[in-house]
Design a protein around this ligand. Structure first.
Ligand SMILES: *[C@@H]1O[C@H](CO)[C@@H](O)[C@H](O)[C@H]1NC(C)=O
Ligand SMILES: *[C@@H]1O[C@H](CO)[C@@H](O)[C@H](O)[C@H]1NC(C)=O
Ligand SMILES: *[C@@H]1O[C@H](CO)[C@@H](O)[C@H](O)[C@H]1NC(C)=O
Ligand SMILES: *[C@@H]1O[C@H](CO)[C@@H](O)[C@H](O)[C@H]1NC(C)=O
Ligand SMILES: *[C@@H]1O[C@H](CO)[C@@H](O)[C@H](O)[C@H]1NC(C)=O
Ligand SMILES: *[C@@H]1O[C@H](CO)[C@@H](O)[C@H](O)[C@H]1NC(C)=O
Length: 430
């Protein structure tokens, strides 16, 4: 099957997603039970002319036919269905907007040797898991590519339908490629003649183009910016901008050219995607760019030290270009090395999350930690107190305890290990 897709867009590009960093704190274990599909449901839950298992509905009885998609008693039952098989149903003619609404986990849909004539553009809007669609031997004269816009279909079987040799069906030829011949797909010309779909050529019937200019943008926070998008193609395409921006903007479109004016660029939009899409009856093409917005550093978070495998003083910093990070302990620069080093654990669209990592720190590491983040546009700084261990008893009378760890929830073994290390260290010193 051809890799080309008329719906070449990417509707689900993650933005400002939760990175690995966030999973540090939350571990969610999802247990997914997979049903065997064997136990057959009670008769009243299943439409009388069909047979049902917990994952499959099959309606093949030509005598007691169905005219619409079967509906089970409860939403929960429908959610468990992965497979619907309909065959030999002479009254079955359409799949409408809501018919499959509750079959969220549907993977496999077969409607064959029936009278299917119409499939709504929204028919599968709730069935994003649909992979296999077999509509062989029906009465479809056309099928819009928009039906499949948000789906990731692997198999589409359409042979045995009176498809017209029309521009609306051109995407099927483009998408199936050689598979169209394997399925022996024909289309029917105006005069009634049959033609191999793979041979279909039509004037003025092409996938449109979209061109964004400039193709790359680097700007400064606060700047104003104008992007223009030009579309080409016949039939003449619709032009659609797609973006989620904090920066305010206006769009001025005239004919096949549209201008997007952004004013006072927000650094929050750094690495945001802006897309311009040209869409017509044959398919769509997208042209997109990522905003590269320069801005001075900002320390978003600097928190108390936490004991993990190593000790960590967690921080989150933003800035573009990437800020240079320098630590100070009681105003003296921290020399990073094997035992103390800055580790970046996660980089999101505009933030760097990490730790000042300390390997077995002792009381000499206690104190006021200052982080200074700098790039060519400026700098930011924040401070946090860290107490890894108290000074020895003779130096401080106030605290009776031998050591105090700053954080709760330290496993006992860590306490002991740290304590032993510390005693060993003092012995060396004395
Ligand atoms: C759905 O499937 C799960 C897992 O197989 C099962 O535990 C549950 O009872 C099913 N729900 C219904 C309504 O059949
Ligand atoms: C549908 O009907 C044809 C004959 O008309 C039969 O050969 C075929 O097995 C039937 N399909 C199913 C799934 O029952
Ligand atoms: C879908 O159904 C077809 C025919 O029944 C079967 O060959 C295929 O393995 C099924 N695919 C999935 C993903 O269940
Ligand atoms: C097949 O679809 C056409 C419309 O495309 C309709 O006029 C015709 O009645 C349908 N035939 C059957 C047998 O349903
Ligand atoms: C689409 O399906 C293919 C195989 O069926 C899979 O490899 C791919 O990851 C899927 N893509 C998305 C975006 O779900
Ligand atoms: C630009 O945006 C910033 C932050 O959103 C705001 O503080 C500033 O007043 C804005 N400047 C203008 C000229 O609108």
């Amino acid at each position: 099957m051809s890799a080309w897709r008329p719906w070449s867009g990417d509707p689900s590009s993650p933005r400002r997603g939760y990175g690995l960093w966030h999973q540090w704190w939350w571990v969610v274990v999802l247990g997914v039970a997979v049903g065997s599909g064997n136990p057959w449901m009670s008769a009243e839950a299943c439409p009388s002319s069909c047979s049902c298992s917990s994952t499959r509905i099959s309606c093949v009885d030509p005598e007691r036919g169905i005219s619409a998609l079967p509906v089970l008693q409860s939403e929960a039952e429908m959610e468990n269905i992965t497979d619907i098989y309909i065959a030999n149903q002479s009254s079955f003619s359409s799949i409408n907007d809501k018919d499959l609404h509750y079959y969220k986990n549907l993977r496999n849909l077969t409607v064959t040797n029936s009278r299917l004539t119409y499939v709504s553009k929204l028919a599968f809007q709730n069935n994003i898991k649909l992979q296999y669609l077999n509509l062989k031997d029906n009465n479809l004269s056309s099928l819009s590519w928009r039906i499949f816009k948000r789906l990731n279909i692997s198999y589409l079987i359409l042979s045995g339908n009176p498809l017209h040799c029309s521009c609306e069906n051109m995407w099927i030829k483009l998408w199936l490629g050689e598979e169209a011949d394997t399925q022996e797909l024909y289309c029917i010309e105006d005069g009634g003649g049959r033609k191999l779909l793979s041979r279909l050529t039509l004037p003025n019937c092409e996938v449109p183009m979209a061109t964004l200019s400039p193709p790359k943008v680097t700007a400064m926070e606060g700047d104003n910016l104008a992007l223009s998008c030009t579309t080409f193609g016949v039939p003449s395409p619709d032009l659609i901008w797609k973006m989620f921006l904090v920066t305010s903007y206006e769009i001025v479109t005239s004919g096949q050219v549209s201008v997007l004016r952004l004013s006072n660029l927000s650094s929050l939009d750094h690495n945001s995607k802006i897309s311009c899409i040209a869409e017509n009856i044959v398919g769509e093409k997208e042209s997109s760019l990522l905003l590269d917005i320069h801005f001075p550093p900002k320390i978003i978070k600097l928190s108390d030290a936490i004991p993990d495998h190593h000790w960590c003083i967690p921080f989150s910093v933003s800035g573009n270009p990437e800020p240079n990070l320098q630590w100070y302990l009681n105003d003296k620069p921290v020399m990073e090395g094997v035992y103390i080093s800055t580790m970046i654990h996660d980089i999101t669209e505009r933030e760097y999350h990490g730790c000042l990592q300390l390997d077995s720190p002792t009381h000499i590491n206690n104190g006021r930690y200052k982080l200074v983040a700098t790039n060519k546009y400026g700098s930011d700084q924040k401070e946090v107190e860290a107490h890894f261990m108290q000074r020895p008893l003779d130096e401080t009378e106030k605290e009776p305890s031998y050591y105090v760890l700053h954080q709760q929830r330290v496993p006992l073994q860590t306490h002991l290990r740290t304590e032993l290390l510390c005693m060993w260290w003092w012995e060396l010193l004395l």
